[in-house]
Design a binder for this molecule. Structure first.
Ligand code: ZN
Length: 294
């Protein structure tokens, strides 16, 4: 028996069917309202979720706006080129070692939030996102899944011009514009997923399927990523790992995101996340001239 954790107005909530139940209320204060604290106690979440029913619900999910279920992680990792099909479409060789970048936590938004783009070269990338529960350093491959509190859906929105403006290219900034990290709708404990090593994920733009893959095709699988990252930096509860995107990105098809587009991201066992694209402005011009102090 697992749990489905959402963030309703900044408060952790357990989701059951169409309903949610406020965690702090349901646990009579044993767990506080902060989703970040809740994620450090996945076993307690599962126990509390077992006693839920419609009669004890706080409200209906359809009647609230969900915030990012992991609102303030210490670290957000992204893994580049982690599906052979995506490396090939990008004209890159499959990497021999994980390609790791960071998304700043400030880019995270909820599962229905608008994605605000500032160029005509922005792209979608549906990804399975791991949420660390018990942290650690030098986590063994064999133990890695036990450090995952749950999984959620993520969109690794990417501004390709910003990514490739610099030579050599850099990933962090182009993937960290404000609103470039929609996650949700819920964090689902791993035991709620049918096959944790083969999770189906897909992305539609305005109802047209663009990506349709399975994490069975990851080049570096979940245990390998956790073991590798934890050999470099101590993982803590709430850290996120965007595990990479399958083929079908817009850059390859010349189909970049445009104002009004609707991004629908689906992962079996977790649910669906729907985000609208809003074209807000152009990026600031860049000059390498010394500032004029006159
Ligand atoms: Zn990505």
């Amino acid at each position: 028996m697992g749990f489905r954790l959402a963030n309703v107005g900044g408060r952790a909530a357990l989701v059951h069917g169409d309903h949610y139940t406020d965690l702090a209320t349901h646990s009579q204060g044993a767990l506080g309202p902060d989703p970040m604290e809740a994620l450090a106690q996945p076993d307690q979440l599962a126990e509390l979720a077992a006693g839920l029913n419609a009669a004890t619900a706080t409200g209906l999910i359809a009647e609230v706006t969900l915030d990012p279920p992991v609102p303030r992680p210490q670290k957000v990792f992204g893994i580049g080129l982690n599906y052979a099909s995506h490396a090939a479409e990008s004209g890159m060789e499959a990497p021999a070692s994980p390609v790791v970048f960071t998304k700043f936590p400030s880019c995270l938004v909820g599962p229905t939030a608008d994605v605000e783009i500032r160029s005509d070269g922005c792209d979608y990338e549906v990804e399975l996102v791991l949420v660390i529960g018990a942290g650690g350093r030098d986590i063994a491959v064999a133990d890695a899944w036990s450090h995952v509190a749950g999984v959620t859906i993520g969109q690794d929105i990417s501004d390709r011009p910003a990514q490739f403006a610099a030579k050599p290219p850099h990933f962090d900034l182009g993937k960290s514009f404000d609103t470039f990290g929609p996650i949700g709708p819920v964090v689902v404990s791993v035991d709620e997923v049918a096959d944790r090593d083969a999770v189906a994920l897909s992305c539609e733009i305005n109802g047209e399927t663009r990506q349709d893959g399975s994490t069975a095709d990851l080049i570096f699988n979940v245990p390998t990523l956790i073991s590798y990252l934890s050999s470099i930096t101590t993982l803590v509860s709430g850290d996120l790992i965007f595990t990479g995107t399958p083929d079908g990105i817009g850059a390859v098809q010349g189909k970049f995101l445009a104002d009004g587009d609707v991004i629908t991201s689906t992962i079996d066992g977790i649910g669906t996340m729907t985000n609208r694209v809003v074209r807000i402005s152009d990026p600031a011009p860049i000059s390498n001239a010394a500032p004029n102090n006159d």
